[in-house]
Design a protein around this ligand. Structure first.
Ligand code: ADP
Ligand code: MG
Length: 629
């Protein structure tokens, strides 16, 4: 029997290929991913048939081969998989691929990316026409008595099926690359694409090239001598670690794999091996990196695979936002190769994957915390950011994380939330029964305030990471009867409102006088002078910004929709300690200039201790101080 048939691809439209080409142009390198993964599928299928006893021919060691012939301008993808009969070509290539074609033509206008089109309409094989103006299939089915078949199509809607020439089981897809796509006729370009999509394919991929090279010298006609050079090598690892059982892997295996994925990165802190088969399939390894400051550089480091075929490193919907800084791989056959944005957002499996990952990460952190508290504390500087971000953004994560989240104080001691409350409760409860947590976001700048607070036996938390602004408000919301106050939001003795108040020794008249002197001495706008009765040992002058006002301003700065506060001028309280001996001295001085000079010096000292004295004012202060000595 000889096969010979001409026909037209069953679609109801004139010519679909120009449309494919036009819309898929930007992503056209994925033709190789599609064809290589079809070849891998074909190999996997014949292996499975053999394992099931449905194929008893010679299995051999089936591989996939990609070959570049620069001279002929072809790329050939060959496999020793199960092959196709002419009937199967008709069924799978001619019809199935275009079952949705008329619908496609209606909808293509709305499609946002190439993956969406390919995925929705089963155009994997036809992506070949993005780069080729002639595509040929040579194939021989594994089935007994099958005859080789050849299919050829030039990108119009007609195809031809004739007798083929393949003598061994499997398929060749031969692409005659079109002139616009000649960039793909390059060894390095193909290597790059194969490396990107195929580095971990489960079947060995051999890349062979027949390239023209010009050695020294010329031929008889004075043209450079052309010599064809052939090379080939296997480009992939067929058993990457995420396909293995954790019990069979050592720490070194995980570290080596990390190095393979991110060659120039520091070792990760720890990792989580993911493995689920119900209600969806998912394997993978997620690494916690050492956090650097350039967050953006570190994002998008998780690679998504589908049966070991690389799909994308935009995993935004699969991985919860707060874990976007993690590194590693996720592989799920439940995510189609041609995954598109809109698919990810709508798919219910994706949502389940997302919450599974959240849970696994929480469990792993809890385990580390329980097993090795000290080691966990040492890593807290790096993982704290993830944990706090997760607590703030995901209720479910917070439910678990509240048991292993740590608070760190300025003495670098770590406490769980419960431990911390226990620690400060007795001393730091105010007259209304609220426990006041005092924190610093800049211990160097706020040192004088921290010391003053410590003198009163108050503990000061360190809240100086990028997320802490939000974390402070979050804690205040979540923890019952708790207030958080930045250490410089008022003078130490007023941070926690207690009943015992030190009275100011000044009379009303004296207070008014001191207030007037200071108001005159301060020329900055937005500074409000207030005379308070503090311990004589406390500072004579303290400049503070109200906790509420400052938080609102911080949020406005971070774009938290508080622009009303963002636009308000800064306002500060200047607390004058009426009981300090400096005030006494000012009152005793008759000379108005000297009064003013003393007041100014005291205010500047307060500003200086908080790093608020800068520029010309700082210079003036230094000059004045030199005069004084
Ligand atoms: P999908 O891979 O999603 O099924 P494709 O358009 O990529 O869609 O391929 C269509 C069908 O053509 C495949 O399902 C398979 O039956 C057949 N096919 C494609 N390439 C090969 C190949 N190399 N060997 C055997 N069959 C193939
Ligand atoms: Mg396919």
């Amino acid at each position: 029997m000889s096969i010979e048939e001409k026909g037209s691809i069953s679609i109801h439209t004139e010519n679909i290929f120009p449309i494919i080409k036009k819309f898929l142009y930007s992503d056209n390198e994925i033709f190789l991913r599609e064809l290589v993964s079809n070849a891998v599928d074909a190999v996997q299928k014949i292996k499975r048939l053999a394992a099931l006893g449905q194929y008893d021919g010679e299995l051999g060691n089936p591989i996939v081969e990609v070959a570049l012939d620069e001279e002929k301008k072809t790329i050939t993808i060959s496999d020793s998989g199960l092959g196709m009969t002419a009937e199967e070509i008709k069924k799978y290539i001619n019809q199935v691929a275009f079952s949705g074609a008329s619908e496609f033509v209606e909808k293509f206008k709305d499609a946002k990316d190439a993956n969406e089109i390919i995925g929705k309409f089963g155009l994997g094989f036809y992506s070949a026409f993005m780069v080729a103006d002639l595509v040929e299939i040579q194939t021989l089915s594994y089935q007994e008595g099958a005859e080789p078949a050849r299919w050829v199509c030039d990108g119009s809607t007609t195809y031809e099926i004739t007798e083929g020439s393949r003598t061994t089981r499997g398929t060749d897809i031969i692409l005659h690359i079109n002139t616009e796509s000649e960039e793909f006729l390059s060894k390095s370009k193909l290597e790059e694409i194969l490396d990107k999509y195929g580095k971990f394919l489960p079947v060995p991929i051999k890349f062979g090239t027949k390239t023209e090279q010009i050695p020294d010298g010329e031929d008889e006609e004075g043209k450079p001598k052309h010599v064809a050079v052939e090379t080939d090598n296997i480009i992939n690892t067929t058993n990457p670690i995420w396909t293995k059982a954790p019990a069979d892997l050592s720490d070194q295996d995980y570290l080596d794999f990390y190095k393979q994925l991110y060659p120039f990165s520091e070792d990760p802190l720890f990792w989580i091996h993911l493995n689920v088969d119900y209600p969806f399939n998912l394997t993978g390894v997620l690494y916690f990196p050492k956090v650097k400051n350039d967050f953006d550089m570190q994002r998008n480091k998780i690679k998504l695979f589908s049966r070991q075929v690389f799909i994308t490193d935009e995993v935004k919907d699969i991985v919860p936002e707060f874990l976007m800084l993690l590194h590693g791989v996720i592989d799920s056959p439940d995510i189609p190769l041609n995954v598109s944005r809109s698919f990810l957002q709508a798919d219910s499996n994706v949502k389940k994957i997302n919450s599974y990952i959240t849970k696994k990460v929480a469990d792993k952190l809890h385990e580390l915390f329980n097993k090795d508290r000290k080691g966990y504390e040492e890593k807290w500087g790096d993982i704290g950011l993830f944990v706090k971000y997760g607590m703030v953004s995901e209720e479910k994560f917070n439910d678990k994380a509240k048991d292993f989240a740590l608070l760190t104080n300025t003495k670098n001691e770590h406490f769980t939330l419960d431990e911390y409350r226990e620690k400060v409760q007795a001393i730091q409860t105010d007259k209304n029964g609220q426990v006041v947590y005092i924190y610093s976001n800049d211990p160097a700048k706020q040192d004088s305030f921290i010391q003053a607070a410590n003198k009163k036996d108050y503990d000061v938390l360190l809240m100086n990471s990028a997320i802490d602004n939000h974390f402070v408000s979050f804690l205040e919301n979540k923890l019952e009867k708790t207030l958080l106050k930045r250490v410089d939001s008022s003078v130490a003795s007023k941070l926690i409102e207690k009943d015992e108040l030190v009275e100011s020794v000044l009379t009303e008249e004296q207070s008014a006088k001191v207030k007037e002197v200071f108001e005159k001495a301060i020329v900055k706008p937005g500074f409000q002078v207030e005379i308070v009765g503090l311990n004589p040992e406390e500072f004579p002058v303290t400049v503070t910004m109200d906790e509420f006002m400052r938080r609102m301003k911080d949020m406005a700065q971070m774009g938290g929709g508080m622009s009303f506060y963002g636009n308000m001028p800064d306002s500060y309280k200047v607390a004058i300690n009426g009981n300090h001996k400096l005030v006494n001295r000012i009152l005793k001085t008759e000379d108005a200039d000297e009064q003013s000079a003393l007041a100014k010096q005291a205010v500047d000292l307060a500003l200086l201790s908080q790093g608020m004295l800068t520029g010309a004012e700082l210079t003036a202060f230094v000059n004045r101080s030199v005069e004084l000595i």
